[in-house]
Every structure is written in structure tokens, then in C-alpha cells.
Design a protein around this ligand. Structure first.
Ligand SMILES: [Zn+2]
Length: 574
């Protein structure tokens, strides 16, 4: 059997919602579609021929399902802010609607294409099952599945449709869209009930249900599923144990088995698969697993430390022209004018290598510049300045006619733990359009909310270090939360310090990040019962093998226990 011959994967780089607060506030990974695409390409599960780029769904297609009044309300930042659980100040309406229409367009176009050619399609952003004809909520603005079914009907398709909703939440929007329509069967397996759902085969599992319980219930649901001529599957990412919003407790392996059972149960029925929800660090692995099942039926796990962004940045880096990064080697007319003193000397090069234009060129290819534009900033400009501490790189942008600092970092080559590294003295990522609020509180060291781009910047630094032949990237986290945000790649240069840091993560995993930072600053943090203060020390992202003494790390990690005391208990005496 030839795998992957009749499979499509739908993706658009604008699937990433342009909401800078999304990741931090809800646990939703706005890069999920990108991460999965990079993973599937890196794992050779897909090739360019299988990739499809959607067009935006048309309003007249949306209007087959949604009321005109509701669609009109989507052009207000207030409505979108409520649906995506972010502050109104964080919503760029046109860009957000662009993402929503592209995602819905992908489900619609994937359904049409599968109707003609058969086989399976995976839309990397879709399954918005909470949107009803005149309402949205829970990250769902429009009901892509209902719009796709309406489109198939409009094209003359009269056959039975099944919708398997395997998201951890109930399909209230789907139920509202398909109420009374016997030609569409909706089967749901979820972890909570929001009340009775009309015309839905609804199974609600106990909180914390594991692989065994879930797969048994799934077999029951698949046994009741009617024969159909077309299928939609929401392969929900929020069924995994530890998801912030889902109450089930499946393992990645259990979820892969779920997808394989569904795939087999559908037989040759043409199908469109979508991810639905997923609010945790591993949600991209769930969707990556769905992609692997559809393309090659594999149950092989994704290695625990694999990061698709590494593959992506490495790949882009090989495509960048050295000449453009350095600004070219050949003597030009410009250089001659400079030499003759009739032209001011060129601006400094960062670390004797990158010109400001070169950095702008690289940031564009890593898609950071386009993302800043989607967040609502124009006239983006990169500048370099040599300072006493190191070399500063700044990215400015304008909105409402004013110029704002968006990114600033101060870099230097420095020796840490006997290795030459790229030393980041200072990094700030600012979104001056967004506002702090209760869900997005101001963290120490912040004068504006972040851009949601820390991970990309981290990889960009890693690529710079590699290009300059350095051993890694280093910085000194002044607060617990800044160390925490780098925890996947950075380790303390000192093994004792790393052991304590790992013990803090273990012991304080149920405490909010901001509370830990505050407790450490207020003297309420205890190590083995004694007051403990957070000191800034070097952390390094080693590009090659880490020279860290792992045994010493483990020894300290096991030796110490961290606790936080309440502000009241901290006061001595009466
Ligand atoms: Zn959900």
C-alpha cells in the first residue's frame, strides 16, 4: 500500500492568530499549526505536493450558516476579544478576521477537494465547534464544519455526513447548527457536560478518564456511527493529561491510538480532520500525531526534547545569503565615496558581522517582521548602536503616527564557563499597543506587555551564535519568570544553581508564575525551610553538548525543597 498518496495538509502562515497575549493567558499555542507543519516536513511525513494553501472563506458562504447580525458583530474588537479571551487592546480586527476566514476557508476547500478526489485532509487550524448560527465563544468565531457542509449541499451533495467531535468540550455550536438535520450525524466524546444537546450522540466521560476508559467509550461511539459518504473529525488536542482547559487525562500514545481507530473505522470515506482545542505545551504533539496517523499510520512517538522550531530556523538559516547578512564584500562605489571622505562611514556592524539591513533581512525570513506588521506596526526599522555594555539592536515600528520601540537587545561576545558565547545583556520585547489587565498582569521588568515572540528570538540568537562559531547563548535571568521562560533550552552554568532551579519547578508547579517571582522578591521563598532569595546568574543555551555536570545537578535537586509562605505568616511576633 502506498501511504500518503491521497492526503492533503492545509496550512497558511497567517493561521497564527495575531493576538500577542494568547499563549500566556490561555495556554493556547498560537504557533501550533506552524510547529506541526515544520515537524511533519522535518519527519518526511509530508512533501510539497501534499501541502495546500487556503483562500479566505467568502462572506456569502459564511452567511449560509451564520446570521447577518452575528457576522457584522465580528468586525468589532469587543466581540473577538470575548471569543478569544484576550483584552480588546490586543485585537487587530482585520488581521484576526483574516486568520479566521483562512482557517474556515481551509475546511471548506479541503471538503470540496476530498469530495472530488477521496482520501483524507488535515486542516491545521479548524474545528470551531462552539460557534452557533448567531453566537461565538471558546476560541470559535465561525463554525467551519457547518459552513463546509452547507457548501457541499450547495454544490448538490445529498449524502449522509458524520461529524466525530473528539475535543474535550461538548459540541454546543455544532448541535445548534445541525439541529433537526437528520442528514448530519454528530457524535461526541467529551470530558464535561454543559447541558443536554439535541440530536447529538453525546458521551461524557468522568473527569480524569485515562486511555483505557476513553478508547473503550470511543469503540462504542464508532460502533454506533452510521454509514456515511463524508466525514469531519475534530481530533481534539485538549484531551491530553494536564491540559489547562480539558478535564480528560489521555497520554500522547493513547491519543495516537484514538486517531488510528477513527481512521480505520472511517474506511475509505473521504474525511477532513481538524485539531479543535489544545491548551498546553504538548498540544502541538497531539496534532503532529494526528498528521502522522493520516499520512503514514505510525505510532512512533515524537522524541520528548524535539523542537520543530530548531528544524525550521536551521532550514531557513541555510537559505539566507551570507552576502546580504554582511552587506557584501566587494568594494562598491559607495565604499569608494566613503574612503574618499565624501560620504559618512557606514553604520556599525553587529558583532563585526551583521549590518542593520542584514538583520532586517534575516528577521523577515524568520517571519518576525511580518508578524510585527500583523500586530499592527508599520515602518519597521532595525538599527545598531555600539554602547559601553555591548552592541544594541533595536527594532522600532509606528502606529497611530508614533514611533515605538518593539524589540531591544544588547549583545556581546563573552566567555562563560570556559566557552565563548553570545551574551545577551538585555532583551525586551514590547507590544505598546496592548494593555496589562488582570489576566495579563504586569511582570517585574515589563513596561509594556510582551510580543509573544520570545521563543523565536531565542532561536534567532542561537542561529547568530552558530554563524559566528560560538558555543552557545547566555543571559542572566533577573527573575524566576525570565529563567522559567527559557527553561527548555537554557541551563544555569553552575550545576548547583541548575539543581535548585529544577527543584523550584518541581515543588512550585502549582503556583502561578507571577506569585513565585513576587515571593522570591518579597523574601517569602523558603529553601529547606530557610529564607531564599533569587540571584541573577548565568544561564546558557549550549549549541553542542552541554558541559553541565548532571550528577551534581541531580544531587542538589534531591537535596532541596522549596516552599512559599503566606505574607501574613511572614510577620514575626504579635
Ligand atoms: Zn475544547
Amino acid at each position: 500500500m502506498l501511504f500518503g498518496r491521497n492526503v492533503e495538509v492545509w496550512h497558511h502562515h497567517s493561521f497564527r492568530l495575531p493576538l500577542s497575549a494568547l499563549g500566556g493567558v490561555t495556554g493556547f499555542e498560537p504557533r501550533r499549526a506552524d510547529l506541526v507543519l515544520w515537524f511533519l516536513a522535518d519527519a518526511w511525513a509530508i512533501d510539497a505536493k501534499m501541502l495546500r494553501k487556503p483562500r479566505r472563506v467568502r462572506y456569502r458562504d459564511l452567511a449560509r450558516v451564520h446570521t447577518a447580525e452575528y457576522l457584522e458583530s465580528l468586525s468589532h474588537a469587543r466581540t473577538l476579544a470575548r471569543i478569544f479571551a484576550v483584552d480588546e487592546s490586543d485585537v487587530q480586527v482585520d488581521e484576526a478576521l483574516n486568520t479566521i476566514r483562512l482557517a474556515c476557508g481551509a475546511t471548506v476547500q479541503a471538503a470540496r477537494s476530498r469530495m472530488i478526489s477521496g482520501g483524507a485532509a488535515l486542516n491545521l487550524f479548524g474545528g470551531f465547534h462552539h460557534a452557533g448560527p448567531d453566537s461565538g465563544g471558546g476560541f470559535c468565531a465561525v463554525n467551519d464544519i457547518a459552513v463546509a457542509v452547507a457548501d457541499l449541499r450547495h454544490e448538490g451533495f445529498k449524502g449522509q455526513v458524520v461529524v466525530l467531535d473528539l475535543d474535550a468540550h461538548p459540541p454546543d455550536g455544532l448541535a445548534a447548527c445541525f439541529r433537526g438535520d437528520s442528514s448530519v450525524w454528530v457524535g461526541s466524546l467529551s470530558g464535561e457536560s454543559w447541558g443536554p444537546l439535541e440530536d447529538v450522540d453525546d458521551t461524557v466521560l468522568e473527569r480524569g478518564a485515562d486511555d483505557r476508559t476513553y478508547l473503550r467509550a470511543l469503540d462504542g461511539l464508532l460502533g454506533r456511527m452510521p454509514r456515511s459518504e463524508f466525514a469531519f473529525v475534530i481530533a481534539g488536542g485538549d484531551v491530553i493529561a494536564g491540559d489547562r482547559l480539558g478535564k480528560l487525562a489521555l497520554s500522547l500514545d493513547g491519543i495516537r491510538r484514538r486517531d488510528l481507530r477513527v481512521y480505520k473505522a472511517l474506511g475509505g470515506v473521504p474525511s477532513v480532520w481538524m485539531p479543535g482545542g489544545g491548551y498546553g505545551e504538548e498540544s502541538w504533539k497531539v496534532l503532529g500525531g494526528t498528521g502522522v496517523v493520516i499520512t503514514c499510520r505510525s505510532l512512533d512517538p515524537i522524541p520528548p526534547t524535539y523542537d520543530p522550531m530548531r528544524a525550521r530556523f536551521g532550514w531557513v538559516s541555510t537559505k539566507l545569503s551570507r552576502e546580504r547578512l554582511e552587506g557584501g564584500d566587494e568594494l562598491s562605489g559607495k565604499d569608494l565615496e566613503e574612503a574618499l571622505g565624501i560620504r559618512p562611514p557606514e553604520a556599525q556592524r553587529l558583532l563585526d558581522f551583521y549590518t542593520a539591513d542584514g538583520i532586517e533581512y534575516a528577521l523577515s525570513h524568520y517571519r518576525l517582521m511580518p508578524h510585527l506588521r500583523r500586530l499592527g506596526f508599520e515602518q519597521l526599522k532595525v538599527s545598531i548602536e555600539v554602547m559601553a555594555l555591548g552592541e544594541a539592536v533595536r527594532v522600532h515600528g509606528t502606529f497611530d503616527g508614533e514611533r515605538h520601540l518593539l524589540i531591544e537587545c544588547v549583545l556581546e561576545r563573552k566567555r562563560v564557563a570556559n566557552h565563548d558565547v553570545l551574551y545577551v545583556h538585555w532583551l525586551t520585547l514590547r507590544n505598546p499597543r496592548a494593555k496589562f489587565n488582570q489576566r495579563r498582569p504586569q511582570l517585574p521588568g515589563q513596561d509594556a506587555p510582551g510580543l509573544g515572540l520570545a521563543r523565536e528570538i531565542g532561536w534567532a540568537f542561537a542561529r547568530i551564535a552558530r554563524r559566528l562559531g560560538l558555543a552557545g547563548v547566555a543571559y542572566r535571568p533577573a527573575w524566576y519568570h525570565t529563567a522559567y521562560s527559557g527553561r527548555y533550552h537554557f541551563v544555569f552554568a553552575d550545576p548547583v544553581r541548575q539543581g535548585r532551579f529544577e527543584a523550584m519547578q518541581r515543588d512550585l508547579r502549582n503556583v502561578a508564575l507571577l506569585e513565585i517571582t513576587r515571593a522570591a522578591a518579597d523574601g517569602r521563598l523558603r529553601m529547606n525551610g530557610e529564607p531564599h532569595t533569587w540571584e541573577a546568574e548565568e544561564m546558557v543555551f549550549w549549541l553542542g553538548r552541554s558541559p553541565l555536570d548532571e550528577a551534581a545537578v541531580a544531587e542538589e535537586r534531591e537535596r532541596v525543597r522549596f516552599t512559599i509562605v503566606d505574607p501574613e505568616c511572614d510577620k514575626d511576633g504579635p
